[in-house]
Design a protein around this ligand. Structure first.
Ligand code: 5CA
Length: 439
């Protein structure tokens, strides 16, 4: 992408409404724009990162055997009256009436809807297990939307729902999602620790929140420091195998959010291993058995033709919140430092003297070669001053900056800067391309 043809409204000013660094940097880097309280427009650069995050989530869901569908954002109140949650959900639910005065709502979550869909399509116990997920906008009329996309009112969530015949099979589905989550966050450069948590309005017996430690996190958390060094399950993890050893490894040490914190249990953790910190909840998994299937009459026929209510769990990832969480973990004074896997572009190509024949020609050919090699390049071909170009590239945080100027070109070199380490190297154009393509 050529910057001259793009839309990247960066700003040097620190927006006054932004209390935390990720919100500030997302606004300054032209990734989002607030449309009303807790509701954002995703500008082109922000949308690219959002899509990359959603795709990692999608790949790991698919790998774990979940199947993607897409449910609507608007739901009928009747569905929620069946489960008994329509009144219970309270003011967080945005309620709307259509022209026929029918009660509708903007979905804050989809347990009821997906249970109805599954029940309508599932006939026999032989059709199980099934796990359906979608990546869709949700609306929760939060009392205090804040921290930008971190606690929005409209936000993007991946929510998966498992359906099984028995509780034992249900726990296997739960374990598959648990393992997929460990892998998902790791791929984004994050260490997310599964912590025991309250079930809240979703309900059920078992629940873990996946928490990224960060000073600006909304909740207080307590955990064993061994979690920071634990090995993430590998890409070829066998989801058909027994996953309990992995789950045990990841749940046996103390880790809890403030709501369920047990001071006496925590006291047993050796002092030098105790972590008391703040955390960002980037996902939550629940197992709730037949909580929704019974009131919604969602069942399959068992081996003897009997009616068996579906055993279910639900599994959420805060896709849009993850942008904030990643930036909280990956930035410096100059701006964002994107982990490679979610960077909006991989290389920022800076032409220090746009309009200069040699610089333009060198940039054009680098742009073409890198693009042909499948590398995503944002080419700053504008006529702004060098200082402005450097500042903007640092702010938006692409992993590599490739700087082309008249002086270097005379010696046949360009400068390659690693955004994370700050390391700069003068290289021939060929060597720079090789380095970008191989690291
Ligand atoms: N149906 C279940 C799981 S599918 C559910 O709704 N779970 S949840 O309430 O825990 O939400 C899932 C994830 O969405 C949370 O872990 C969090 O990362 C994200 N999330 C929740 N509320 C917000 C919000 N207001 N703004 C941004 N992200 C949010």
């Amino acid at each position: 992408m050529r910057l001259s043809e793009y839309f990247l409204p960066v700003s040097k000013e620190n927006p006054r409404e932004a209390e935390i660094v990720s919100h500030r940097l997302m606004l300054r880097a032209g990734m989002i724009s607030q449309m009303s309280s807790g509701i954002f427009a995703w500008l082109p650069l922000g949308l690219r990162v959002l899509d990359k995050i959603a795709n990692i989530v999608r790949e790991e869901q698919n790998r774990a055997g979940a199947v993607e569908l897409l449910m609507p954002t608007l739901q009928s109140a009747d569905l929620w009256k069946k489960s008994g949650r329509y009144d219970a959900y309270g003011k967080e639910m945005l309620r709307i009436k259509d022209r026929h005065d029918r009660e509708m709502l903007y979905g804050p979550t989809n347990e009821e809807m997906v249970t109805q869909i599954a029940a309508a399509g599932l006939k026999s116990y032989k059709d199980l297990p099934l796990n359906l997920y979608h990546i869709q906008w949700k609306f929760r009329d939060e009392v205090r939307p804040r921290f930008g996309v971190m606690r929005g009112r409209e936000f993007l969530m991946k929510d998966a729902y498992s359906f099984d015949l028995t509780e034992e099979e249900g726990m296997k589905s739960f374990n598959r999602m648990f393992v997929a989550y460990l892998r998902t966050y790791k791929r984004m450069g994050l260490t997310a620790i599964p912590m025991r948590a309250e079930t809240g309005p979703i309900g059920g017996e078992a629940s873990y929140e996946f928490i990224v430690l960060a000073k600006t996190g909304e909740s207080e958390v307590y955990c064993h420091s061994d979690y920071l060094e634990m090995e993430t399950p590998p890409e070829d993890v066998d989801y058909k195998a027994d996953l309990t050893p992995i789950i045990e490894q990841w749940t046996s040490k103390y880790a809890a959010t403030e709501d369920v914190h047990d001071e006496a249990e925590f006291a047993k953790v050796p002092d030098d291993k105790k972590i008391t910190a703040r955390g960002i909840e980037v996902g939550q998994v629940f197992f709730f058995g037949t909580k929704y299937s019974e009131p919604m009459d969602a069942y399959v026929q068992g081996p003897d033709g009997e009616k068996i209510f579906l055993q279910s769990g639900s599994y959420g990832v805060g896709v849009s919140r993850l942008l904030g969480a990643i930036i909280e973990a990956c930035h410096d004074d100059d701006g964002i430092i994107w982990p490679k896997e979610v960077a909006p572009y991989y290389v920022g190509l800076i032409n220090l003297k746009s309009g200069d024949e040699a610089c333009d020609a060198a940039c054009e050919s680098l742009y073409e070669e890198l693009s042909d090699a499948g590398i995503e390049v944002l080419y700053d071909d504008t006529s702004e001053r060098a200082g402005g170009k450097f500042g903007r590239m640092d702010l938006i945080g692409l992993p590599w900056q490739l700087v082309v100027g008249p002086r270097g070109l005379k010696d046949g070199t360009v400068e390659l800067k690693n955004r994370a380490t700050g390391e700069k190297q003068s290289l021939s154009t060929e060597a720079a391309i090789t380095k970008i393509c191989t690291e």
